[in-house]
Design a protein around this ligand. Structure first.
Ligand code: ZN
Ligand code: ZN
Length: 304
């Protein structure tokens, strides 16, 4: 893991620039240890169980795609989320207290103005310093009010605090994403270990994986190609990184991937090994359940 002090971290900071460094520095001033993860790596490195041990996750100036994934992960973990960004419109600090307010808005319920990459009105190091302090303060007091957006347009103008309301048709905070009952599993999908005596009734249960999985991969020109076939049952993100067919070199790789499977199907596909996903979500008897698939993924000795 790339994180610093991750074993005792109370806040997970996602980001790698000066803004993330300022968040960590300000948390350090009050003695709160933080683990830092890069935006392109946190999904793999930050386990659901470790995030659940944190008060809060802070997205520090990371791209929208990574922010959306963190928004989903924090809702499953029921861990508070703070998003901080600096840009042409000033400093924005958004707070989502998923840990204490199960009905609060999520990051995607009310998306703020996109600053893009336009330069900040104040010099970047100063904007980062102010934003880092505001985000650290928000991380420590996340649960005291509902979801909200603090907006500091310029250093010499008044800031505003806007309450954020949950949007009924928001896909990103629909059940079962929101605070499911988390069950740690061994991530072994044989009938004996996972489905046990209830196998016949559970086999038809639908689950949604945290990561889309490749179900078919070939070349439109060559047909089946061994290097492509080997991507079946791997995360779709791995297959998406293949630029061209390894046999003919053409841009003709066909990928089928999905994130929803029945338990029976997972047993068939992964009976001999772990599912390459962080977790699986299901509605069982009207209850949202999350199977944490990382529980046994790491040697327990490595956390000493
Ligand atoms: Zn939402
Ligand atoms: Zn080909």
């Amino acid at each position: 893991m790339s994180a610093q002090g991750s074993d005792h971290a109370r806040v997970a900071v996602i980001g790698s620039g000066p803004l993330a460094a300022e968040v960590v520095r300000n948390l350090g001033l009050v003695g709160v240890p933080a683990a830092v993860h890069r935006a392109d790596d946190f999904w793999r490195a930050l386990r659901l169980a470790d995030l659940q041990d944190c008060y809060c996750a802070v997205a520090a100036g990371i791209p929208a795609g990574a922010r959306q994934r963190l928004n989903a992960l924090c809702q499953v973990a029921a861990t508070d989320l703070v998003c901080v960004a600096t840009g042409a419109h000033g400093i924005t600090v958004e707070t989502f207290p998923f840990g204490s307010d199960p009905g609060c808005a999520c990051m995607e319920c009310d998306v703020p103005v996109d600053d893009g990459d336009v330069a900040s009105p104040v010099p970047d190091p100063i904007a980062s310093s102010i934003a880092g302090a505001l985000a650290a303060a928000a991380a420590l007091h996340c649960s005291s009010e509902g979801a909200r957006r603090l907006y500091a347009p310029e250093v010499n103008e008044a800031s505003t605090l806007v309450p954020l309301a949950r949007r009924n048709d928001c896909r990103a905070c629909a059940s079962p994403w929101r605070a499911p009952r988390v069950i740690r599993t061994r991530n072994r999908w044989t009938a004996r270990d996972f489905l046990a005596a209830e196998a016949p009734t559970l086999a038809g249960q639908r689950v949604r994986l945290s990561d889309a999985i490749v179900t078919a991969c070939d070349c439109a020109g060559c047909g089946p190609v061994a290097a492509l076939t080997s991507l079946v049952n791997r995360p779709a993100a791995e297959a998406a990184a293949i630029p061209a067919c390894p046999d003919c070199g053409a841009d003709s790789v066909r990928i089928e991937a999905r994130d929803t499977f029945s338990l029976g199907e997972l047993t068939e596909r992964f009976g001999r090994g772990p599912v390459p996903a962080k977790f699986a979500l299901a509605e069982i008897g009207g209850v949202a359940v999350c199977f944490d698939l990382e529980a046994a993924a790491r040697d327990p000795g490595s956390r000493a």
